[in-house]
Design a protein around this ligand. Sequence first.
Ligand code: ARG
Length: 720
Amino acid sequence: MILGVCLLWTSTWAVTPPDEGMWLPIFVERLNYTDMQEMGLKLSADEIYSINNSSIKDAIVGLSSSASPSGYFCTGEIVSNQGLLFTNHHCGYDIIQQHSSVEYDYLKDGFWARSLEEELPNEALTASFLIRMDDVTDSIIPLLSDTMSEGARSSKVRELRSNLEESASEDGKYNVVVKSFFEGNEYYRFVYQVYTDVRLVGAPPSDIGKYGGDTDNWMWPRHTGDFSIFRVYCAPDGSPADYSEENVPLTPKYHLPVSIKGVEKDDFAMIWGYPGSTQRYMTSYGVKFSLNHFNPSIIDLLGKTLEIMKEDMDADREVDIMYASEYASLANSWKYLIGQSRGVKRLDVVDKKKKIEDEFTQWMNQNEERKEKYGEALNLIKKGYEQNEGTIKLMLYYNLGLMGPGIISYPQEFSQLEKQLEDIKENPEAPERTIALLKEGMVDHFKDYNPPTDQKLLAGLYAMFARDIPVEQQPEFFKEITNKYKGDYNKFAAEVFDKSIFANEDRLNEFLENPKAKKLQKDPAYILSGKVMEGLLASMGGYRGSQGDLNQGNRLFVAGLMEMNPDKVFYPDANSTMRLSYGSVEDYFPADAVHYDYVTHLYGVMEKEDPTNPEFIVPEKLKQLYETRDYGRYGKDGKLVTCFLTTNDITGGNSGSPVINGNGELIGLAFDGNWEAMSGDIAFEPELQRTICVDTRYVLFIIDKFAGATNLIDELTIIE
Ligand code: ARG
């Protein structure tokens, strides 16, 4: 598929409860520090964020697969003076999968480097450190005008942003990103140093790191040892460098000490990291749109995709490894959206939003000037979503359905080559480099590609398109397929796989040895891929058409809300920039008469054990340690804590984030949200919403007692 499915997570804004909010570290001293001190923070404001002295911010890392990222898939934290980094197992999962095979099955068995030499380099993994951030609103907003069209406005913003980025990059030394906040009412600039040599150091077996699997995912009580370990390397002079044998472990500006003292109810906890995206200022129109139009199609399409993949994965460990990472990520999004829709309904999110909109409208109608300024805000939003209602389903069915199978999406990578082959007379040299790159990419593509599974996806997803998209909306080429194969999509898929060079690595290699444009132009998968792409782009056109109205409407609405509540401190939605959230360790009541405690234990791992269910297998060694209660300094009173809960406000992208106590010590790694508050990205639920963390005592116990990786324990600064 081409577009990723992004994970999404309101609130009545009358009073912001203390634990709601993902705060920008530069404002913490002014906005939150006193509050945090009252709750138990012992550090000075300078010790948590400073641009001149080393501070906690210097231990917080954004993880990406790009060398100049504009966002981060997860967060990590530096825990030793040799660049050692902790993150979640599910954040390292894709990397661990890439290093795994049936022979070296690190997903199943875990991986532990006993020395620096054994650490595994990665082509596409980078660690970004924030050098500084600044408010650049005044360099953008005054240069825009209210009479500009939305299109002109966004191109002006783009130009100003790129100048501001350029001017702070010091000739490429830094990766600089300017981002929009509060729906385009404010702008901030972030300056990062990006390290591109990040190596895999350790990972527990999936039976620990992913214990409970997709069944327990997004849920409490939880017993997952969701951590993995990496190390950041640099050139001998300390500067960022691509992988080289000469590289050395990074000496970081700061690393977090690790506490194994344990957590108590009401303890202060702060979480730092890179939350990806929230929609806390989303209107009732947006919520209804997600609930009725956006979520259902994605849920159906992903559900089908997962079902097909799972069948083959369960039958063959090789296929299981090939699709492990993709499956986990799709299953995570799928369950997220199901939970979100359920939460939106149960927690009356649409009504909560309507109440805010009613207050806004009343306030606005009190004077002419306000009406003039904000009168159109909600209408624009309503109109934008109405327009999208007509186009979204088709677009999603193109994107995740017709474009879903690899045999349809992968040929897109060959379109440049086709053009170069056609123009070969004018430019005979051009294809050479493209071919070299394609050959390189092919190896990675086929490594995680099982043609029989993809053939089933092609048949299954195309049959679904035929069933769910009204015939009058189906493109001509699709109707032709239906006619030609008399609705037998299995037969259609079999023929594509029989004839296409993209179905098989040898055929594709042979093609690249002697590539001809004609060959591509006659290939059934290549032809189809082109038509699907054309249809997808056309379907997105309608969707994009509404963006201007939605952008303008949302910008005005949020500006209005801020003007309406001059004394309230607003926090910006998550946008993959560094944030801090603070709260405390707490239990909760998920339903009438049901109480969930704030910690889980190793004996709970044993209670869940089910040798017949691959999601609940307990490794033999862990059972032995449990039976002998051999917990060393990590246990207490014959018990070992595995996970705990806090009230912090986080979302996807915060995965791997450090949970830090009042003394600035690491007490856990945030790794999930809870089922009862899955609408939390759209409306924070103070009573119900919790962050699920793996306890550092469980992490260190696994490294030390389970894996015997004392080399790593020795590097840490442990607070007992
Ligand atoms: N729900 C977690 C998140 O979005 C990911 C957990 C991964 N585990 C899994 N079983 N797929 O950060």
